[in-house]
Design a protein around this ligand. Structure first.
Ligand SMILES: *Cc1c(COP(=O)(O)O)cnc(C)c1O
Length: 432
């Protein structure tokens, strides 16, 4: 920001002065982070598809789609991986392959991206929402159990922000109650529970390759994983107009069931293959940078940083969510939203690009109004609380070179926390 006022010794703000009050912002580095990273590898992989002359994906030819499918199956430790056009369709095809449809209820978290519930609704089934745990932001088996009815046929746990949902408990409940399990792993590539990749713990797992996700493509894409041969066969058929493409055989143009055109393009797959070459290396750098960042924020009183709740779990750190406690500055717990707004203004002025991720429980989305007639302001109390009192950091920390920038974000948090009474003043002033 530039100012026309002359910068004299008398008016010059001290370095410790909050940027919102005219001081210099704590973040001085330009934000040069990028996501996805596009290197010579991505360029040459994509170019080689363009130059191969094979741009259709409905023939029995080995393409980058096959390569990506094979490599991802191996990476996560599943027998099969099927490339599709996006993560939402991946979820829907997974449900379709299980025979979930009209008359069925599918339990999804009250806090997630809208696609989780929309895939259920697109399949003609009814999404039923379960509240989250306020510390992990994931559903619990108990919350799922609370909303089960005789019509519930499946549960779709989301590994939100990259933290695995409590799959042991959810799988145990599913076995007891005869429920199918589709994991929404769109935000959690590489996250594991006891060394096993998310997406492979339930019957089917869906990943998104959308450009902002941890394993991105240069646009839209998705991958479904399963170790069930029959389900894999059915999904391949559903993605291709209900046709079966046999190895070494010409396409027959016989549709065995109503399917979709849900194929993944070879260009998108080639880009992701290049991303996969350096996925482990990038993930390690991200983990290192995020750990160093969170370590500095953890001591700040009234700031709750994301953590890993159980041993044996790795976090994909897709989104970093921070909760804020208004009572540390003497505000009432009911003033959480105003406090969050005040802290947001202070940190944004310092140069920290925090945002909000999801503004309401999924059940409140107008799109689901007719599907969730029982919703009420007192439903999903944890989800509502978390949405009121938290802010998120997205994307910046995914770039492996973000370490120094994250350290300046930490400087900004520390600076604001030194003068957190100002946040209280801002809340009181706006209340008047
Ligand atoms: C991104 C996302 C999806 C949908 O994936 P698309 O590839 O964008 O269709 C589904 N669920 C969650 C939790 C997501 O974050």
């Amino acid at each position: 920001m530039t100012t026309s006022a002359p910068s004299t010794a008398a008016t010059k703000a001290l370095p410790g002065t909050l940027a919102l009050l005219g001081g210099p912002p704590a973040v001085s580095l330009p934000d040069t982070t990028r996501w996805p990273l596009v290197t010579q590898d991505e360029r040459s992989r994509v170019l080689s598809v363009l130059e191969s002359g094979v741009l259709v994906s409905d023939r029995n030819q080995v393409t980058a789609v096959d390569e990506l499918e094979n490599r991802w199956a191996e990476y996560v430790g599943a027998a099969h991986s099927i490339g599709v056009c996006n993560g939402t369709v991946a979820l829907q095809l997974a449900l379709a392959a299980l025979g979930v449809g009209p008359g069925d209820e599918v339990v999804v978290p009250a806090l997630s991206f809208v696609a989780t519930a929309m895939a259920v609704a697109n399949q003609g089934a009814r999404p039923v929402f379960a509240d989250i745990d306020p510390h992990t932001f994931n559903i619990t088996a108990e919350a799922v159990e609370n909303v089960l009815t005789t019509r519930t046929t499946a549960v779709m746990p989301v590994h939100l922000h990259g933290l695995p949902a409590p799959m042991d408990e959810i799988l145990d409940l599913s076995r007891r109650r005869g429920l199918r399990v589709v994991e929404d792993a769109a935000q959690a590539h590489g996250a594991t529970i006891h060394g096993r990749s998310v997406g492979t713990l339930g019957e089917l797992g869906a990943f998104s390759l959308q450009a902002t996700k941890n394993l991105p493509t240069c646009g839209e894409g998705g991958l479904i994983v399963t170790s069930d041969d029959t389900l894999a066969h059915r999904i391949r058929r559903l993605r291709q107009f209900g046709e079966t493409i046999e190895a070494g055989e010409p396409r027959r143009y016989v549709s065995h069931e109503i399917g979709w055109n849900a194929k993944l393009s070879a260009v998108q797959a080639a880009f992701t293959c290049a991303q996969l070459d350096r996925f482990n290396q990038r993930t390690q750098a991200q983990r290192h940078n995020v750990a160093a960042f969170l370590e500095r924020l953890a001591p700040l009183v009234g700031l709750f940083v994301p953590t890993i709740d159980r041993p044996g779990v790795t976090h994909a750190w897709h989104i970093l969510r921070f909760r804020l406690d208004p009572t540390v500055v003497g505000l009432d717990a009911s003033e959480a939203a105003s406090f969050r707004e005040a802290v947001h203004r202070l940190l944004r002025a310092e140069g920290v690009p925090l945002t909000r991720y999801q503004l309401m429980p999924l059940a409140d989305q107008p799109a689901f109004g007719s599907l969730a007639p029982t919703r009420a302001p007192q439903d999903f109390p944890h989800t509502r609380q978390v949405l009121e009192d938290s802010l998120v950091l997205q994307r910046r920390h995914l770039d492996p070179s973000a370490g120094p920038l994250l350290q300046q974000y930490a400087d900004a948090f520390e600076k604001v926390w030194d003068r957190l009474d100002i946040a209280r003043t801002l809340v009181r002033r706006s209340a008047r």
